[in-house]
Design a protein around this ligand. Structure first.
Ligand code: 0WE
Length: 258
């Protein structure tokens, strides 16, 4: 019997088979979890539907995390699908305009600054609030989000995404306090660079991988499967007394000073 047998989860952020969210979902499904998925945009709908079908998902639905109405509708659908209960929530969502992930942070315009924080940080707050009653109905739950070292240190070109991740990290701690009352845990995984669809459009991504390979204690790349393993731990009962924290899956890169 798997460690997620009888558990029901919602996964936001799968785009294709390389997505970090998919690496996490596969682990949860292998442990026996029943999973619902959301996708962003018609372009990726069919690939998400195919992946979801491969793990027997009962619900695949669009979600624009910038819209409270849409988030509300999605969690109503989840409640209907899962008999009013939700145990696991995976938030693996981020977006900044491509032009703001190059050049100078100083040049980030106001509208795109708030857009990046809305999609990448506030979305966690909106989802946690919507998940709360469904998790409370089952006596508790566990939420996981994805963060990055660029929210704590200045990583060249990460720019406004770093500010969004700093906001996300602080949100995890405040949500942990509020939701702890309902036996709902919330944690983050801070992954090193993972070669996803989003990563491939980032100039200098191969250079970042090479730097991790050279300077991290373990001298190796991080895969979505590595993130999946850490996420499964944080989402499981093994982490029952772990909340408000960040687990680094980065070959130890964050521990280094040079
Ligand atoms: O959080 C991220 C990237 C998330 C991301 C990726 C894209 C690419 C396509 C957010 N928005 C967009 N917008 C797009 O148009 N990472 C941790 C990966 C990443 O992105 C970087 C990095 C690293 C590492 C960007 C610059 C420098 C380092």
């Amino acid at each position: 019997m798997g460690i997620f047998e009888g558990k029901r989860g919602l996964v936001l952020g799968v785009a294709n088979k390389r997505s970090i969210a998919w690496g996490i979902a596969q682990r949860l499904a292998a442990g026996g979890a029943e999973l619902a998925f959301t996708f962003q945009g018609e372009r990726i709908e069919s690939s998400v539907r195919d992946l979801a079908a491969s793990v027997g998902s009962p619900l695949v639905t669009a979600c624009d995390v910038r819209s409270d109405d849409d988030v509300g509708r999605v969690f109503r659908e989840v409640g209907e699908t899962f008999e009013g209960q939700l145990d696991l929530l995976v938030h693996s969502v981020a977006y900044a305009a491509a032009e703001d992930l190059e050049g100078r942070f100083t040049d980030t315009p106001r509208d795109r600054f708030w857009m990046a924080l809305d999609v990448s940080a506030y979305s966690l707050v909106a989802c946690a609030r919507a998940a709360e009653p469904l998790m409370d109905a089952g006596g508790g739950g566990s939420i996981l989000t994805m963060t990055y070292l660029g929210g704590e240190r200045a990583v060249p070109h990460y720019n406004v995404m770093g500010v969004a991740k700093a906001t996300l990290d602080a949100s995890v701690r405040y949500l942990a306090w509020d939701l702890g009352q309902k036996n709902i845990r919330i944690n983050a995984v801070s992954a090193g660079p993972v070669r996803t669809l989003a990563a491939r459009s980032i100039a200098g991504f191969p250079t970042m991988e090479a730097i991790v390979e050279e300077r991290s204690p373990l001298h190796r790349h991080i895969g979505a499967d590595d993130v999946g393993a850490a996420a499964a731990y944080l989402l499981s009962e093994d982490a029952r007394n772990v909340t408000g924290t960040t687990l680094y899956v980065d070959s130890g890169y964050h521990a280094m000073g040079m």
